[in-house]
Ligand binder design. Structure first.
Ligand code: SAM
Ligand code: SF4
Ligand code: SF4
Length: 369
């Protein structure tokens, strides 16, 4: 039985107030946190709602009809998200991932994508604009997303066996509709698609080989994610984590694989490829092989709180700042000042510190995975 949790945003009020330094400087990409990490990626949660109830993310005992989802005026508007993203881009952010909840449930999301696609980085490039979805309404949306300027897509799928998949999404959603969403994305012209599979030992690990076989040679990169202790509601314990190394061993025994270089420093997934040349796979090993030392990511929650770590229990209230008449320069300086004080490295201390695993953490559907 999962323990009922009270959402952090309600019982603890607004987040921390970001401080605006007395002396303002021109926004630049040089700010590093206390561990020397620059700010390069931003994940934006565009809704805290979802049509799935994945047991590891939004278990239905907690995310039921009484759950206090945010109301529309509590969400950042498209204009506010665009303004904030423009400021983040002036500070060196190059990559944006839209997430949630289920981002495709946010009405007219393609309008936001069109707005974000116009933003330029400090080196005058377009942002690397990407989105993670459960794929359930991708058939309906893929063409519009592509036309709006979305560059890349990641689709989550935890198995090919309907019974197992339905047990994980907990809303009886069939595998075929997600596969059809993936096909729709390909037809719309998306290349380099990624599929994320969260592996829960004893629940869907028997799907690993079938998934590898299905996507091998298809041009889609399958990535295995270790089940993480995000939030406080998913009843996580280490015995349900299948280490990536073991997933790799199982695949290697049937389809030989070898590691390859990361695309860029701070890349979350470790890249491997099939020795026979039939494509790539990836491993996101947040539990057993931590990557905090090169974590360059910040997150904006659905209601405009800036979180410096997926496992943070407090955010900084940038929504209030955005709505208080402050200038872009002041907000940029507040972000630089907040980032320069960042010391988060939760995954590194999780193993050695039992206190770390018992702190209350914010739900992933609210700050975005
Ligand atoms: N609804 C979209 C989806 O499922 O793709 C986007 C949001 S979801 C929170 C983002 C990603 O986080 C998904 O790939 C999901 O599988 C992953 N995720 C959620 N809870 C997780 C957990 N406890 N451990 C590992 N990954 C998790
Ligand atoms: Fe929804 Fe994605 Fe969470 Fe599943 S992982 S409940 S699809 S937000
Ligand atoms: Fe980054 Fe926090 Fe994850 Fe470490 S635990 S990689 S600091 S988000």
């Amino acid at each position: 039985m999962v323990e009922k949790v009270i959402p952090i945003r309600l019982d603890e009020g607004r987040g921390l107030t970001p401080s605006i330094p007395g002396q303002l400087v021109t926004p630049n990409a040089l700010t590093k946190d206390t561990r020397g990490r620059p700010l390069r990626d931003l994940r934006i949660s565009v809704t805290d709602r979802c049509n799935f109830r994945c047991t590891y993310c939004m278990p239905k005992e907690i995310f039921d009809k009484n759950y206090p989802y945010l109301s529309h005026n509590e969400l950042l508007s498209f204009e506010e998200i665009t303004r904030l993203t423009t400021i983040f881009a002036s500070l060196g952010v190059e990559k944006i991932r839209l997430t949630g909840g289920e981002p495709l449930l946010r009405k007219n999301l393609e309008v936001l994508i069109e707005m974000l696609a116009k933003i330029r980085t400090t080196t005058d490039q377009a942002l690397d604009l990407t989105l993670t979805t459960n794929g359930s309404i991708l058939r309906k949306k893929a063409v519009a997303l592509k036309a709006a300027g979305l560059q890349r897509l990641t689709i989550s799928l935890d198995g090919l066996n309907d019974e197992i998949f339905k047990k994980m999404n907990d809303v009886d959603f069939p595998v075929t509709d997600v596969l059809d969403g993936i096909a729709a994305a390909q037809e719309a012209g998306f290349t380099n698609l990624k599929v994320n599979m969260v592996v829960k030992k004893g629940t869907n690990d028997q799907e690993i080989i079938g998934m590898a076989k299905h996507f091998k040679g298809s041009g889609v990169t399958l990535r295995f994610i270790e089940f993480m202790d995000v939030g406080s509601s998913n009843g996580w314990d280490m015995s349900q984590v299948l280490p990536s190394q073991e997933v790799a061993n199982r695949i290697n025994a049937i389809f030989p694989i070898e590691p390859i270089e990361a695309n860029y420093p701070g890349e979350v997934a470790q890249r491997w490829r099939y020795v026979d040349g039939s494509g790539e796979i990836g491993f996101i090993s947040s539990v057993t092989q931590t990557f905090c030392h090169e974590c360059t990511r910040a997150r904006i929650s659905t209601d405009g709180q800036l979180y410096l770590c997926l496992f943070a229990n407090e955010g900084f209230d940038f929504k209030t700042l955005l709505r208080s008449g402050r200038s872009d320069l002041e907000i940029a300086n507040a972000i630089m000042s907040t980032w320069s004080g960042r010391n988060d490295h939760y995954s590194e201390i999780r193993g050695s510190n039992t206190v770390a695993t018992s702190i209350r953490k914010v739900e992933m559907s609210y700050i975005g995975g």
